[in-house]
Design a protein around this ligand. Structure first.
Ligand code: PAN
Ligand code: ZN
Length: 185
């Protein structure tokens, strides 16, 4: 009888990877990040097929459902375009007041945050770092190390992603390497 009540988990989080039937993986290549980097000349000589990041996610409920949660792991490659580090597109949530947790898994990164008044600041990401991103805050991550930056995220199923504002207006500051160190400029 007890066999009918006790089940194996449907998903495994190894610490670095999500494993399960319904894990959805997307890949972003340099060609998908046309609006992201400042140095257009450096960008144009790069291979548009070069992988910038993968995201593996689980969506236990339909996108837009109130009250559910999603989880994803992002694998961001090391590299630079000119003196700007490889980074995610970045977004506000479509339901702008929806928050999110990020946490560092491996590698060295910087979580770049911007409020609606366009004030920008950043938090260092490293294995074990935990970041609460309040509602109303745009977020993007840069890999400032020499190896893959892996971080996990969990966000509400009715958050949605608004990429448009960032694609049009960007962040008010850019994270660049200056004298070998990351600086918000
Ligand atoms: C994350 C991001 C992921 C990729 O799961 O979607 O790191 O970044 P972009 O979506 O900005 O390309 C998240 O913030 N979800 O809400
Ligand atoms: Zn988000």
């Amino acid at each position: 009888m007890e066999d009918a009540l006790i089940f194996l988990p449907k998903l495994i989080f190894t610490g670095k990877e999500l494993i399960g039937e319904n894990v959805e993986r997307i890949t972003r290549r340099m060609g998908d990040l046309r609006d992201v980097f400042e140095d257009k000349a450096a960008f144009e000589v790069m291979d548009p097929n070069l992988i910038a990041y993968h995201v593996s996610s689980i969506f236990p409920v339909k996108e837009g459902t109130p009250g559910g949660l999603f989880m994803g792991i992002t694998y961001l490659m090391p590299g630079k375009v000119g003196d700007e580090y490889f980074m995610t597109k970045g977004h506000f949530h479509s339901n702008i007041d929806r928050a999110e947790f990020y946490w560092g898994v491996e590698g060295e990164g910087m979580l770049i945050l911007m409020n609606e008044a366009r004030d920008v600041w950043a938090e260092r990401m490293y294995p074990g770092s935990l970041h609460y991103i309040p509602g109303g805050i745009a977020h993007r991550v840069a890999n400032v190390g020499n190896s893959i930056l892996t971080f996990a995220a969990s966000w509400p199923s009715d958050a949605g992603h608004n990429y448009g504002i960032i694609a049009r207006e960007g962040f008010a500051r850019r994270l660049k390497e200056v004298n070998g160190k990351p600086e918000l400029i």
